[in-house]
Ligand binder design. Structure first.
Ligand SMILES: CC(C)(COP(=O)(O)OP(=O)(O)OC[C@H]1O[C@@H](n2cnc3c(N)ncnc32)[C@H](O)[C@@H]1OP(=O)(O)O)[C@@H](O)C(=O)NCCC(=O)NCCS
Length: 197
């Protein structure tokens, strides 16, 4: 969602981790149907074989994670204690959702990103629905996340029933080394959203 910062050091660290990365679970499904999303011309004409699988967070391309969170240090912090689902086609990761178990049946979405050229084709919805379904099976009672106060992400999450819980003023000013811009507007405050399952 946010403009990217220099990720060179982060990429070097990650390339080592990627060599060690393995798929830890293939409890997945294959979606060979057309996406239900209304703007989905690509899917309407091509039947693609996309599966969602749980993968090691360290297998995720850093550039993908930086699409949703421009802070490499922030990503490194939550990756240590996360698990992750990815949308995969063949051997390629197209998008991913990084999750963390909080206390008392609450799940945090730390990062949800689809590669830019593949956005708006239903992949983010596919991943998020998989996360919601899996959370229900694991007796999670609530999913939480933080996002900016404007942008298409809000509509995306609200379509799934997420509601605004609180606002953290100046979050992106206080916690990011560089200003975070989107469409010429600086992100300053964070909205905390939640979905009660
Ligand atoms: C947010 C994101 C994960 C959604 O995944 P996606 O595959 O693009 O979304 P889907 O195709 O499943 O759903 C499309 C809907 O999402 C929203 N959306 C997604 N990308 C959008 C874009 N570039 N512009 C406008 N709306 C967009 C819209 O609500 C759209 O519905 P609409 O076309 O009816 O308005 C993806 O756009 C992304 O990776 N963005 C960059 C990273 C990011 O911001 N992550 C969220 C962090 S809080």
């Amino acid at each position: 969602m946010l403009n990217k910062i220099d990720s060179q050091r982060f990429s070097v660290d990650f390339s080592i981790q990627l060599q060690l990365g393995i798929i830890v679970k293939m409890d997945s499904y294959t979606d060979t149907t057309k996406s239900p999303h209304k703007n989905n011309d690509a899917w309407a004409t091509n039947v693609r074989s996309i599966r969602v699988a749980e993968v090691s967070p360290h297998r995720l391309p850093p550039a993908l994670l930086l699409e949703a969170d421009p802070s490499a240090s922030s990503i490194s912090t939550y990756l240590l204690d996360s698990f992750c689902f990815a949308a995969i086609e063949g051997d390629n990761i197209l998008g991913a959702c990084v999750l963390q178990n909080l206390i008392d049946g609450v799940l945090e979405i730390n990062n949800l990103a689809i590669f830019p050229e593949l956005q708006c084709q239903g992949l983010g919805s596919l991943l998020l629905q998989h996360v919601i379904d899996t959370a229900k099976k694991r007796s999670i009672r609530k999913i939480e996340l933080g996002t900016g106060t404007f942008g298409h992400q809000l509509a995306f999450y609200q379509r799934f029933g997420f509601r605004v819980e609180t606002l953290i003023k100046d979050y992106y000013i206080d916690n990011y080394e560089e200003p975070v811009w989107e469409k010429g507007i600086q992100h300053k405050d964070m909205l905390r959203l939640s979905l009660t399952l």
